[in-house]
Write a protein of this length. Structure first.
Length: 293
């Protein structure tokens, strides 16, 4: 599932392409991706509106449209497991799994999703349940420390909780914990101040690096191929590298650690794969809760 960096790159790419374009009509092929919005409600809300902006919040895309009367409409998008959003020329064939299509002035906006786990809805309430943005200046080490002290859950599991911090998923949680030298099984409230500080820095660093990497790759997918050019989904033809080639532990089970050469281990936590290096991330063995915080 795309995480904060992938969604950020997509928003930066797609926003300028959509800005100012008017929605002539909306076609809904899979109403389930709109829930709880109905197809009629969506079609009525966007018809005649112009795209004003596109931003990211956590793993969500937030589309803002404005009508002739000056009133704005917000759409909430989520790519789910297999979603793609892009502009397509009107003469091109629509993909089989086009869930929602907006006819624009001179193009189409397509939300394609083969498994239909994504979202494009007028319901923006999920944004109210999100935690702080990890790249915002206002998110400090002390904020992370407070969240950790409240939970006995394994630190890897806690980082996936979008109410704790928004946008982090399985890939970047594993990467950040490796860089912070923290066992993913460590209970969150057992991290000391130094470990919390390392983790805070590592989260911000891995996310920023991923965004920089993805921003250097052209997103030229138009519905005619298998890959959309985002580094999460695969290499764009002609690109020298993409970010998955530079991940340190994620999806590298049994491969040598890039630091110490010990094999990377894969475990399961709440049904999700966690990857780590047992040497660089020493096992948590029930150490006492740190004091003096």
């Amino acid at each position: 599932m795309p995480e904060l960096p992938e969604v950020e790159v997509l928003a930066k790419h797609l926003g300028p392409l959509l800005k100012g374009r008017r929605v002539l009509r909306a076609k809904v092929n899979r109403a389930r991706v709109l829930r709880p919005t109905s197809a009629k409600s969506l079609q009525a809300a966007v018809k005649g509106q112009r795209f004003l902006g596109l931003t990211r919040r956590g793993k969500y895309l937030v589309f803002e449209l404005i009508g002739p009367d000056g009133k704005t409409v917000r759409l909430l998008g989520h790519l789910g497991m297999t979603g793609r959003m892009y502009l397509q020329e009107k003469q091109d064939r629509l993909p089989k799994h086009a869930a929602v299509v907006f006819d624009l002035d001179e193009a189409r906006f397509v939300f394609e999703d083969t498994r239909y786990f994504g979202k494009l809805t007028l319901d923006t309430r999920p944004l109210n349940r999100l935690g702080p943005e990890p790249l915002e200046p206002g998110w400090r080490t002390s904020d992370l420390q407070v969240a950790l002290l409240r939970s006995r859950r394994p630190i890897k599991t806690l980082l996936l909780d979008q109410a704790v911090v928004a946008g982090i998923g399985n890939i970047y949680a594993s990467e950040a914990l490796f860089r912070a030298r923290i066992d993913p099984r460590m209970p969150a409230n057992r991290l000391d101040s130094a470990s919390t500080r390392r983790l805070w820095k590592a989260i911000r660093r891995v996310l920023r690096e991923a965004i920089r990497s993805g921003s250097t790759i052209p997103l030229n997918y138009n519905g005619s191929g298998d890959n959309d050019g985002i580094f999460y989904f695969g290499r764009t033809e002609g690109a020298s590298e993409y970010h998955t080639e530079r991940l340190l532990v994620y999806d590298r089970q049994n491969l040598p650690c890039r630091v110490c050469r010990e094999p990377i281990v894969r475990i399961f936590q709440t049904g999700r794969s966690s990857y780590f290096c047992p040497h660089c991330q020493p096992a948590w063995r029930g150490r006492k809760r740190p004091t003096g915080r």
